[in-house]
Ligand binder design. Structure first.
Ligand code: C2E
Ligand code: CA
Ligand code: CA
Length: 754
């Protein structure tokens, strides 16, 4: 950049001197003396020698003088402009004219002490030139009559534009915009100039900015590999040195790529490497002209300063990109992180809102990740997450966006503008890809995940409602048995609302004992006698009414309330058993349901021990019912069965036949009883296969030494059939619904009386 300050400094000095001379003249109150002429002469000479334009208006004669520099600053030759005041007025930018004339008037009339104003003037080529205009008024005594106005024009366009560019950097404009501003600024300084900035990424040059070069050329240069003979920029970025090509057509450096430049008229190209503050090459700044040439001094200086300015932008942009990349990337998987996810979602909603684009959100959550993490350790968990991330990325299309939101939760934003039901298809591929077997630390895993889908804008128009919809469908997919996807429907939201209400009031319900217990007898089929009783929880909610256990037990499990609930049930049920005994009822085995999660908890055995001690319950008169899901899991579960058995209590497998337990796994377990699920009993009268299955279950259980109870017996026919199949016990509405303790003892007495 030219040092714009130095001519100013010398000028000001000169003017100061002139002023003091003028003051001296005024003081002596002489008419125009030779001294004044002399100083005027010197003043004019000084002005003409400086880089500034000079004008000199003799107010008395209305003669005006514009120096050659004054004219050339605006692109005119000496003889191209009339020496009239209108020339000046007309060349001022229309928007600036009024204030400038006002300021001049104020100065002339003595209202203002000085005249110094920035304004835009119109260059012959049509562009604006920013001018700093100053004027000095000579007055003649007596009467202080203005006689002459002498002024200077300083071209501050570059300073102005540099300031604009620095401001753009400071305000954080996109680098591409700033590159364009830099190019335009230098292009205005040299007629016919076209500038370009390329960024070096690895060994490739990428388009940065070139507002005046044809798009076709920019595209052709974009992604070009740098090297010792790759045009001016490819070479300068490679060598780190300035490369001046006077003639593109003949220079060997352009041999390979001149065919892309020549058709667009470019004939010479000078390239300066853009470097960061530590000297590393970041890219290149190039100047093109449509004629063969080497730079003159001014152009050469500009090449240096332009590259330096572009360097500030590029360095800043690259470090910002690095910081942004770090802030927006999930460290473990390399996927976009949660912050980035919300940002992308926000942007998408904004554009989609304008363009009516559609997209969907896939919330993906690993099934049983916690148990893998707990049993194999966090390192293995991390490896698993990394593989899942890879699989998700490989499965989704390039236009889709994949992020890891937290722990084992991922998300894909699926572009829905290309074809039908895309989200479901992507979900299916994800389920398939994730469920492929995986080896981690020599263990073979069969991962699976559940997926919730929500569509924009149908299921939510803003981030909170859209993510909530996706979350609701994910929950549904989990609830429906995992390893599947669910698509959002408004009914799901109703269900979610209900669940939420339950969640909110469950804690209080347990603490304030809104929950009570009912008891259902288990009958010896042979004798018709009561042999046991199952305790079941009931919750009457003040607003929601009766909430079935199938609704609140899973939620209690989810929010960690199942342990206090079970403890309370166990306590109350054991006290009830003792109370009935005191009332004279015979010892009935008390069955308590234990949720699978709690069953596998280390704290269960000590809890049972505590309750047995506290309530004086006979261990063998307590049965814990647990569903099949705990049977199939690994060795550590087997030890739970053993520990509990060591306490002397009974164990029953609940809902037998509905889960996935293999018969083989049953032989390792120390259980006492299998409860055939109600589903089979309900079906067996109409469906021969169910009948066959019930028969086999009974036979098998007996062979393995287990007792068997048929659940959900509602009719005499069912009972007779079970009897015929050798089933020894039954439970169901045929005998009684679950009832209150008092009703239960009445029931017992009624039954014994018959
Ligand atoms: P479950 O352990 O299989 O309990 C038997 C369910 O079948 C009970 O439903 C009972 O009322 C119902 N039932 C009994 N006989 C018949 C019949 O003849 N016909 C029909 N249609 N149903 C019959 P309930 O009380 O709604 O409990 C549902 C499930 O909730 C239970 O299934 C159990 O898994 C769970 N649950 C209930 N109370 C508790 C509890 O205190 N703790 C735990 N962990 N789970 C509980
Ligand atoms: Ca049960
Ligand atoms: Ca059951």
């Amino acid at each position: 950049m030219n040092d714009l300050n130095s001519p100013d400094a010398s000028l000001i000095k000169e003017v100061q001197q002139l002023r003091s001379e003028l003051a001296a003249i005024k003081k002596t109150n002489k008419k125009r003396t030779s001294a004044l002429y002399k100083s005027e002469e010197r003043f004019s000479l000084a002005m003409r020698g400086a880089m500034d334009g000079l004008w000199d208006w003799n107010i008395e004669t209305n003669d005006i003088y514009y120096s050659p520099r004054w004219k050339s600053m605006l692109g005119y030759e000496e003889n191209e402009l009339d020496n009239t005041l209108d020339t000046w007025k007309n060349l001022i930018h229309p928007e600036d004219r009024e204030p400038v004339l006002q300021a001049a008037h104020d100065y002339l009339s003595g209202k203002a002490q000085s005249f110094e104003i920035e304004m835009r003037m119109q260059h012959k080529n049509g562009h604006d030139v920013f001018v700093l205009s100053r004027a000095f008024l000579q007055k003649r005594q007596p009467g202080n009559k203005p006689v002459r106005l002498v002024g200077t024009h300083v071209d501050i366009t570059e300073r102005k534009r540099t300031a604009d560019i620095l401001e753009m950097i400071a305000v954080g404009h996109p680098a591409a915009d700033i590159y364009n501003a830099i190019a335009l600024m230098y292009e205005q300084r040299h007629s016919g100039l076209r500038c370009s900035m390329l960024e070096l990424h690895g060994n490739k040059l990428l388009h940065g900015g070139a507002p005046s070069l044809p798009e076709e050329y920019c595209n052709a240069v974009h992604d070009l590999e740098y090297g010792p003979n790759v045009g001016s920029c490819g070479t300068s970025t490679y060598t780190g040195e300035r490369v001046l090509v006077e003639n593109i057509e003949t220079d060997p450096k352009w041999e390979k790529i001149k065919h892309i430049a020549l058709p667009h008229g470019m004939r010479c190209c000078w390239s300066e490497p853009i470097k960061n503050s530590s000297g590393k090459v970041l890219g290149s700044f190039a100047m093109y002209f449509n004629h063969t040439a080497l730079p003159n001094q001014e152009q050469s200086n500009d090449l240096t300063t332009a590259a330096r300015l572009a360097g500030i932008v590029m360095e800043r942009d690259q470090s910002q990109k690095r910081i942004r990349a770090l802030a927006f990337t999930d460290e473990l998987t390399g996927l976009a992180n949660r912050t980035r996810f919300y940002q992308v979602l926000n942007e998408l909603i904004k554009i989609s809102d304008n363009t009516k684009q559609r997209f969907s959100l896939l919330y993906i959550d690993m099934d049983g990740f916690k148990s893998i993490n707990d049993s194999l350790g966090h390192d293995a968990g991390d490896l698993l997450l990394k593989s899942i991330a890879k699989r998700l990325q490989a499965t989704s299309r390039e236009i889709d966006f994949v992020a890891r939101l937290s722990g084992d939760e991922f998300c894909i934003i699926v572009d829905e503008n290309h074809g039908e039901t895309t989200a479901s298809k992507v979900a299916q591929s994800c389920l398939k890809a994730i469920s492929q077997p995986l080896e981690i630390t020599t263990r073979r895993l069969l991962p699976s995940c559940s997926i919730g889908i929500a569509h924009y804008p149908a299921d939510g128009k803003d981030i909170p409602s859209l993510t909530k919809a996706a979350d609701t469908s994910l929950y549904t997919a989990k609830e429906r048995g995992k390893n599947q996807y669910a698509v959002y429907k408004s009914e799901l939201a109703e269900a979610a609302k209900y669940r939420f209400q339950i969640e909110q009031s469950l804690r209080e319900a347990i603490e304030s004992q809104q929950i009570n217990l009912v008891y259902q007898p288990q009958i010896n089929i042979e004798t018709g006698e009561f042999m046991g009783v199952e305790v079941l929880s009931r919750w009457h909610h003040p607003q929601l009414g009766n909430i079935p256990p199938s609704d609140f037990i899973p939620i209690a499990e989810k929010i960690g309330m199942i342990k206090p609930l079970t403890e309370w049930v166990l306590n109350t049920a054991c006290h009830q058993a003792i109370a009935w005994k005191r009332q004279g009822l015979p010892a009935l085995c008390m069955s308590v349901n234990i949720s699978p999660k709690h069953f596998l908890d280390k704290g269960l055995t000590p809890l049972i021990q505590r309750i047995l001690d506290k309530t004086d319950m006979v261990a063998s008169e307590l049965t814990l019912e647990v569903t099949e899901s705990v049977v199939q899991t690994d060795d550590s579960n087997l030890s739970v069965f053993k520990e509990l058995k060591n306490l002397g209590i009974q164990l029953a497998i609940d809902d037998f036949g509905t889960g996935y337990s293999s018969f083989a796994s049953l032989k390792h377990l120390t259980v006492d009883c299998l409860k055939i699920d109600r589903y089979f009993i309900n079906d067996m009268m109409d469906d021969s296969k169910s009948l066959l299955l019930v028969g086999s279950m009974i036979e098998m259980a007996h062979k393995l030494g287990y007792r068997i109870i048929a659940e959900g017996v509602e009719t005499i026919e069912q009972l007779d059939t079970l009897k015929g199949l050798n089933c020894e016990a039954a439970q169901g509405y045929l005998f009684s619904k679950p009832v209150s303790p008092d009703d239960f003892s009445k029931l017992f007495h009624d039954a014994s009386d018959n």
